[in-house]
Design a protein around this ligand. Structure first.
Ligand SMILES: [Zn+2]
Length: 275
C-alpha cells in the first residue's frame, strides 16, 4: 500500500507535469470510484485547469481552477500513470483523464480507490479527507505541533501514528523503522514519552519519510512515469527483517503482533517496559 513517500513522489511529478493543463475529457470504467455519476463528473471537470498538485497523507490533492479539487486515493495499490501523444496509455485502466493537449493520466486500481471531485468550499466536509491530520512533509509539522498533538493522549504510540486523524500518511510499512529509529516499542503509551523521546520520534518520522522520498519510494511501487522506486528490502533497518541482526546491537529482530497489525522490533533497543 502506498504511503506518504510514494504519494509525495507521485504528487511532485504530477505537479511538474500537469500545471496549467486544461481538462478535455474523462473516461470512467468503474463509476463506483467516483463520488457522483460519471456524466455529472465529466460535466463539472471539463474545461477546468490544474494549478497545483500535492500529497496530503495517502491522498493526492489536485487543485482545479476555478474552485474545485480532484482527490485521488490509490487504496491498497494502483498505477497512476502519465501518458502523452507519443506514448499510448496502458491497455488496462479504470479511469482516464485527458487534457486539451492530448496528454493525460490513467488510474488502474489493484483493489479499489477513490476519485472524488469536491468543490473547494466543501473540502472540510469531505468524509474521507476532511479530518485528515497533519502531513509530516508539511512546513507546519514542527516539533511544537507534534507535542501538541501528543498532549493528553493515552494511546499506544503505534496506534497513535497510524491514526490518519493525528498524522496523515504513515502506514504499517514505514512505521517499523520510524519506531526503531526512536527506540520505542509500538505499545509504549504516548503519555509516558519523555521530552527526549518525543523529539527522537519527531525526527524519526521526518528522517524515515525523507529517506524514502529521496529514494523515490518503495521498489515495488511505480511513479507517474511507470518507474519503480529504489527503496528496497535492504534499506529497512528492522522492518520485515525477522531473525536478522539489529543494525545497532545485533540482537535478533522479532516479528510481534500489536493489535491488528504486525510489528518488527529489536527487543533490546525497543523494550516494552521502560524505567
Ligand atoms: Zn537492537
Amino acid at each position: 500500500m502506498p504511503e506518504l513517500p510514494e504519494i509525495t513522489v507521485l504528487a511532485r511529478q504530477m505537479n511538474k507535469e500537469l500545471q496549467d493543463k486544461q481538462v478535455a475529457k474523462i473516461e470512467s470504467k468503474q463509476p463506483k470510484n467516483l463520488n457522483m455519476p460519471p456524466e455529472e463528473f465529466a460535466k463539472k471537470i471539463k474545461g477546468k485547469t490544474i494549478t497545483n498538485t500535492q500529497a496530503r497523507g495517502k491522498w493526492i490533492f489536485i487543485k482545479l481552477q476555478p474552485d474545485y479539487y480532484l482527490l485521488l486515493n490509490l487504496g491498497m495499490n494502483g498505477d497512476l500513470l502519465y501518458f502523452n501523444p507519443k506514448q499510448a496509455p496502458p491497455q488496462k485502466y479504470h479511469f482516464k483523464l485527458e487534457f486539451t493537449d492530448k496528454t493525460g493520466f490513467t488510474l488502474a486500481f489493484q483493489w479499489f480507490g477513490y476519485i472524488h471531485l469536491v468543490a473547494e468550499k466543501n473540502l472540510d466536509k469531505h468524509k474521507l479527507t476532511g479530518r485528515l491530520g497533519i502531513t509530516p512533509t508539511d512546513k507546519q509539522f514542527t516539533l511544537e505541533t507534534f507535542k501538541k498533538l501528543l498532549a493528553n493522549k493515552k494511546t499506544g504510540i503505534k496506534n497513535f501514528l497510524l491514526n490518519q486523524k493525528n498524522i496523515a500518511g504513515i502506514g504499517n510499512v514505514y512505521i517499523q523503522d520510524t519506531l526503531f529509529r526512536a527506540r520505542l516499542h509500538p505499545n509504549r503509551k504516548t503519555n509516558t514519552l519523555t521530552p527526549q523521546e518525543t523529539e527522537a520520534l519527531y525526527n524519526a518520522i521526518k528522517d524515515t519519510v525523507n529517506q524514502a522520498i529521496k529514494l523515490g519510494g518503495l521498489a515495488y511501487e511505480k511513479n507517474f512515469y511507470g518507474k519503480h522506486g529504489q527503496f528496497t528490502a535492504d534499506h529497512f533497518q528492522v522492518g520485515y527483517k525477522t531473525d536478522k541482526p539489529c543494525p545497532d546491537c545485533g540482537t535478533k529482530i522479532q516479528k510481534i503482533r500489536t493489535g491488528t497489525t504486525a510489528s518488527y522490533i529489536c527487543p533490546k533497543c525497543q523494550p516494552e517496559t521502560h524505567t
